[in-house]
Design a protein around this ligand. Sequence first.
Ligand SMILES: *Cc1c(COP(=O)(O)O)cnc(C)c1O
Length: 377
Amino acid sequence: MDPIYFDHHATTPCDARVVEAMLPYFSEVFGNPASLTHPHGRRAANALEDARIAVARFFGAQPAEIYFTAGATESNNTALAMLGEGEHLITSAIEHSSILAPAEQLAKRGVAVTLLRPDGEGFITSESVARAIRPETRLVSIEAANGEIGTIQPFTEIGALCRERGVLFHSDITQAAGKIAVGLHNASIDLASFSGHKVYGPKGIGGLFIRRGVRVEPFIRGGGQEKKIRSGTVNVPGAVGIAAALMIRADEMQPEAERLASIRDEMRERIVSEITGVSVNGPRAVRLPGNLNVSFEKIEAEALMLAMRHFSLSSGSACSSGERGPSRVLLAIGVSEAMAMGSIRIGLGKANTAEHAARFVDDLKRAIARIREISAA
Ligand SMILES: *Cc1c(COP(=O)(O)O)cnc(C)c1O
């Protein structure tokens, strides 16, 4: 049996239509988009600008506000690079490592950093952001949705608050983009990071939205591409790919969200009613449609995943980002260390069916019963 992929928060397969759209831009339209003095360069530049227009349209932004990067990690690092000594950054304890690691570095360089704690469902409230704002606060960075427990943050409220208080608002929208509607201007977002490979596009391409008028420090310096914000020859096939991927998401996002949420809800109901010693992590409703995160008593997720080898999914113990130990997101929402070590994250995507989900729950019941029996003996 082919393994079934349930790890769509880690990455998604590149859509065949996206691959097809990209192909001409490797060997036929291969020019350097900065070589505007000749036709090869201009053809590549045109493709790049068309891609920028499509990405901007998807997010309700202006093309000039979209900067291509090598992915959301780089976009997050770039957004944070504006902070200097004496300034204050507000972010949260459950952000992606590509926010938390640079924030830690900034703290060593004299930037004051506040890490907001989520509530028990993973929400960062706008009230908690409001309480943390001080005169030196320059930037608030709160993700739109969490990739482990699926919590969709009140980013529109946080954006309105930041706008009112004259503080810049960056949002890592990587997990939310293409899954739920994110209108960047509607949400008063000043900067946003996103990635191709989380939206059925290619790896190694992403973007940073920078609202017109917002000043950003380049994170990668060199030839001055992307209006000096991101040097390096732009990945034209990648840009064409992320644009194609988002155009497909515009059509498929809504029906897919409904379908996946219903499969997810059915899975959750079965797991909770047919297995003992279970708890569901994260919110019940305001949650990414394909996300489910559950903890099992007296279970090591690593052992469970070995027993369920034909499903590709993540556990709450050794995170995909290479971190060790129990998931810091689960600990931050108050899950005990033991329950965090016994948790799994299911990330459904467009190829998943109700039948995959049913088979998964059947196997899960058996595997848990067997592991508990062995450890009781
Ligand atoms: C995957 C992910 C990233 C990193 O994106 P890359 O394009 O792989 O660098 C950043 N933030 C979140 C929330 C993610 O899920």
